[in-house]
Design a protein around this ligand. Structure first.
Ligand code: HEM
Length: 467
């Protein structure tokens, strides 16, 4: 007897014509952010592009973001994210459903606000140590230095380990691995496709393989030495080693490695990227920079800040929020339906690819007005109090909101305030960082800054009132 197969055909929103075989990949790879902006201008609220023959839908409205990330969070997942899975294994960033909830419960206690406040001293003391090697007049790659700093901080905070000389080496290895990442788009492709010679980063792939082996050796080393020590230090590593599943079984070596690697990678990559972009924006908007330096000098008077001081630094808070608006490190967030879902009148099948983009929504003129202007004052003058839901989400939204958000929020503020007490880094005239959107919004050529004296800060009372 013949079997009847019923197949629903799905209609996708319109989008630009692509190339044979490759689809829109070549246009996208040339300049992903400009391509996205053009896509939004040409197609409005929702558009489809093709990666090879795979349709990928970009949903550009705030209500789409809210719908996908919050209201229908249970009907969508992150999919396998093969590109990320190859590097980070089976972890919070690459699992869905019950497995994801279980992993989240396991790691969550390390990020409770009270616990995170306990990391403040680590953040400032590591920053002060870094500053010992900084001298007025020096020219440095701020992004590279901050990568190393944030790596040292996360490893000390979550794994109670001081990285001595190996910090610099490890930070370079991370840079190698991350630089070879495919674009945010590309992380959804199977590794077999990523390995094709024309895919970006192919040339570096061999180098990356050995760098990835080094990273694995480091993380497995951490696990082995802590097991041997047999002491509960109350940090994330101890939590992972102590954890038991429903059957009372401990996590396997690989499972612990995957979680640890994810937290180390996600825990420093985004943070140093955000701080580097913040410094770039401040250098280009000197009035905001002067106001920030004045606030820091007035409130802290040269002392190293603690978590409690942050409440007295509202302009610093506004600067960070504004920087995360204009340069969101997580510039796009993908979801895949676990059941057919309807968005903007279109129904999308299980397994399809949907993307919402903080990069686009954070610069939507109908929401922000002078969207391209770096104006921290908008966070102080009431104009952002009634933003539509889904308009601003640098840390994501809903049940998968960044687990490290409290840590990152405190770290960015404390590190920046500590640096500004000692020096004023200013981007070297003529230098322009090149945005390279990978999983995060990387700075392809780093950030060349010159260290100027902190003492040149104008007192707040002498500056024009902006608010
Ligand atoms: C400025 C800094 C940071 C930014 C902008 C950022 C951004 C984000 C965003 C947008 C997501 C949601 C992704 C999604 O919905 O698919 C996310 C998830 C995540 N972040 Fe962060 N993040 C930052 C810092 C950190 C830190 C410091 C850590 C860890 C110490 C961390 C660990 C994670 C993890 C593990 C997830 C996955 C959570 C889950 O799916 O349950 N992030 N982050």
């Amino acid at each position: 007897m013949a079997t009847m197969v019923t197949e629903t055909t799905y209609t996708y929103p319109p989008g630009p014509r692509g190339f044979p075989v490759f689809g829109n990949l070549p246009q996208f790879q040339r300049d992903p952010l400009t391509f996205l902006e053009g896509l939004h201008r040409a197609y409005g609220p929702i558009a489809t592009v093709h990666m090879f023959s795979e349709p990928i839908v970009f949903a550009f409205r705030p209500e789409h973001a809210y719908d996908l990330l919050v209201e229908r969070a249970r009907s969508v997942g992150v999919g396998e994210r093969p590109g990320l899975r190859a590097r980070l294994g089976v972890s919070l960033l690459t699992t869905d459903g019950a497995m994801h909830r279980r992993q989240r419960r396991l790691v969550q206690p390390a990020f409770h606000r009270k616990r995170v406040e306990g990391y403040a001293e680590i953040m400032t003391s590591q920053t002060v140590e870094m500053l010992h090697g900084w001298h007025v007049g020096d020219e440095i790659d701020f992004a590279a230095r901050l990568r190393e700093l944030t790596l040292r901080i996360i490893i000390k905070a979550l794994f109670d380990l001081d990285l001595a000389e190996e910090g610099t080496r490890l930070s370079r290895i991370f840079a190698t691995v991350v630089d070879a990442q495919p674009s945010g788009f590309g992380t959804m492709l199977p590794p077999a496709l990523l390995g094709l010679p024309f895919m970006p980063g192919h040339a570096a792939r061999e180098m990356v393989r050995s760098a990835a082996t080094d990273l694995d050796a480091f993380v497995y080393g951490l696990i082995v030495s802590r097991r041997a020590e047999g002491v509960d230090r109350g940090d994330v590593l101890s939590m992972l080693l102590e954890a038991r599943d429903e059957d009372g079984q401990p996590l396997g070596e690989v499972e612990i490695r995957d979680q640890a690697m994810t937290l180390i990678a996600a825990g420093h990559e985004t943070t140093f990227t955000a701080l580097s972009w913040t410094l770039d924006l401040l250098s280009r908007w000197p009035e905001a920079y002067a106001r920030l330096r004045a606030e820091v000098a007035d409130v802290l008077g040269g002392s190293v800040p603690g978590a409690a001081d942050l409440a007295r630094l509202p302009y610093l808070d506004a600067v960070i929020q504004e920087s995360l608006r204009l340069r969101p490190p997580a510039w796009s967030i993908n979801r895949t339906p676990l059941e057919p879902i309807t968005l903007d009148g279109y129904t999308f099948p299980v397994g399809s690819s949907l993307i919402v983009s903080p990069w686009i929504l954070h610069r939507e003129p109908s929401i922000w007005g002078d969207a391209e202007v770096f104006r921290p004052e908008r966070w102080l003058d009431g104009s952002t109090e009634h933003l539509p839901r889904g308009a601003y989400f640098p840390f994501g939204l809903g049940p998968r909101i960044c687990i490290g958000m409290p840590l990152a929020e405190m770290e960015m503020r404390l590190v920046l305030a500590t640096i500004l007490q000692q020096v004023t880094p200013v981007v070297v005239p003529g230098f322009r960082p090149i945005p390279r959107p990978r999983v995060t919004l990387r700075l392809a050529n780093g950030l060349r800054v010159r260290l100027e004296s902190a003492g040149t800060a104008t007192p707040a009372s002498a500056l024009p009132k902006v608010v």
